[in-house]
Design a protein. Structure first.
Length: 473
């Protein structure tokens, strides 16, 4: 789950005018045929597949300026940025203290508290299966390598806010950090346009007992997490995780290297792979789910059945007037909605793997056989009873996922993101003797005589040693 960033793919608009949409008439999404051989279709398909998650250069330049202002100006720069771009509290306070968070948790309604508790428990249960282990391996007698996993000391979780609150993203980022054993978990999240912080988000932070909640959004929040705010006693973090808009993503890229990041996240993406056996009502519902996040969120149906495609368009037109975020959905579908027609299921699966969507719903006959062949998606939802919203809120799977095609090489946010491995090498005299010739030979081949000497010196200077004790040279 991620929030809107920069526009994804520039392609043909859908052919629906405003009066037709108002009347709930048939909605036509841009169609692309995998069997077509013309250059325009090939180019459109290639643009979809190689879209990328990184914001354009102008946004990165703007984010870089904001980050530098925060590095130099500290808390005062955060307040100026909040006043300029939004996201700050009306009183200018940058932090919500833990007592206020605890009080917010107590004020939650019973239904909301129950839902949060269940979501937290499910995310924790899945996260606990991901705890990495420290291992030791004997290479040769006298040489042992330990691969030691250590939790990070301090992590910053960015939680989107502003136009819509995301307490679910707070759960998805804080819970695996707690399971990993991170010592300090801090959160940055913006207030809304009225300077108000969502009470459910505050309550969730209170339930999870976060160590600090910084009220700021965008690039300025990422700068504060990366550099800290010395004048507020707010230390920098070791890694920044969580979804965000284009400026958040650009800022994370800019500070990567000074601190770690999980991954850059582009617009939230939804893809449905369906054949003629699927229910168009359910396919339409799944298709628009992730597009609800923002007008730049792609929604793509990949199908082998043109009748299903037609029925899904009709159902979307019927569904849109019933949804609160209809203007956002209409723009997302108009600009980034696609129907990809495949000649057969093999071609449909091949395209889905090439696109590597953030969310992939699969509703075909013999669904498990298809799922076994789908290897490049952030999160898969199998069959007609698996809506993407279940994963966003309740199943326990993490909804912080790779976008922009990064699912080809990255996975969902997990416990492993909140720690790191170190190599511990234990070598005794016997072990070094066994490796000495290999070390000397390769060091000599590379012209690094100091490396070779580091071995020789140990045998020359070892107490009670003599030439007869040393390995052959």
């Amino acid at each position: 789950m991620s929030v809107p960033t920069t526009s994804g793919v520039d392609a043909r608009d859908s052919r629906v005018d405003a009066p037709a949409r108002e009347a709930g008439a048939h909605l036509e999404l841009t169609r692309l045929d995998l069997a077509a051989t013309d250059a325009a279709t090939a180019a459109a398909l290639a643009a979809l597949v190689r879209r990328g998650a990184v914001p354009d250069a102008r946004i990165r330049d703007d984010a870089r300026v904001i980050i530098e202002e925060v590095r130099v100006g500290g808390a005062a720069a955060i307040r100026r940025a909040n006043a300029t771009y939004g996201g700050g509290r009306t009183n200018g306070d940058l932090f919500v203290d833990r007592a206020e968070l605890a009080a917010a948790a107590e004020r939650l309604s019973k239904d909301v508290r129950r839902a949060l508790d269940e979501a937290i428990a499910n995310v924790r249960r899945f996260a606990e299966t991901q705890r990495p282990e420290t291992t030791r391996t004997a290479i040769v007698p006298g040489v042992e390598i330990e691969r030691r996993w250590t939790p990070l000391q301090r992590v910053g979780c960015y939680v989107p806010g502003g136009s819509a609150p995301y307490p679910s993203s707070l759960v998805m980022t804080v819970v695996p950090a707690r399971v990993a054993g991170v010592r300090e978990v801090v959160v940055a999240s913006p207030a809304d346009a009225n300077g108000r912080i969502d009470p459910v988000l505050l309550g969730a932070a209170g339930i999870l007992d976060v160590d600090a909640l910084l009220v700021a959004g965008g690039a300025q929040a990422i700068g504060a997490l990366a550099f800290g705010l010395a004048d507020e006693g707010f230390a920098p973090v070791d890694r920044i995780v969580g979804p965000g808009n284009a400026w958040v993503t650009a800022a994370k890229i800019e500070v990567n290297g000074l601190v770690g990041i999980d991954l850059p996240a582009g617009p939230s993406e939804g893809m449905v792979l369906a054949d003629g056996s699927a229910d168009p009502v359910l396919v339409a519902a799944d298709l628009v789910t992730q597009a609800e996040h923002g007008p730049d969120s792609p929604a793509i149906l990949v199908t082998t059945d043109t009748d299903l495609a037609d029925a899904v368009e009709t159902e979307i037109a019927r569904l849109l007037p019933t949804l609160e975020r209809r203007p956002i959905l209409e723009r997302a579908l108009r600009e980034h909605g696609r129907i990809v027609l495949a000649p057969d299921l093999d071609a449909a699966i091949e395209f889905a793997n090439a696109y590597a969507p953030e969310h992939l719903s699969v509703d075909v006959e013999n669904v498990e056989a298809a799922v076994a062949r789908l290897d490049s998606a952030g999160s898969l939802f199998v069959g007609p009873w698996a809506p993407e919203s279940a994963g966003d809120y309740a199943t326990g799977a993490n909804h912080v996922l790779p976008t922009g095609g990064l699912a080809r090489s990255c996975g969902p946010l997990s416990v492993e993101a909140f720690g790191h491995y170190s190599q511990v090498q234990r070598i005794d005299r016997t072990g070094l003797s066994a490796l000495a010739d290999t070390i000397r030979t390769l060091a000599t081949a590379e012209g690094l005589t100091a490396h070779r000497n580091a071995v020789d010196a140990r045998f020359r200077t070892a107490p009670g040693d003599d030439a007869a004790d040393a390995p052959d040279r």
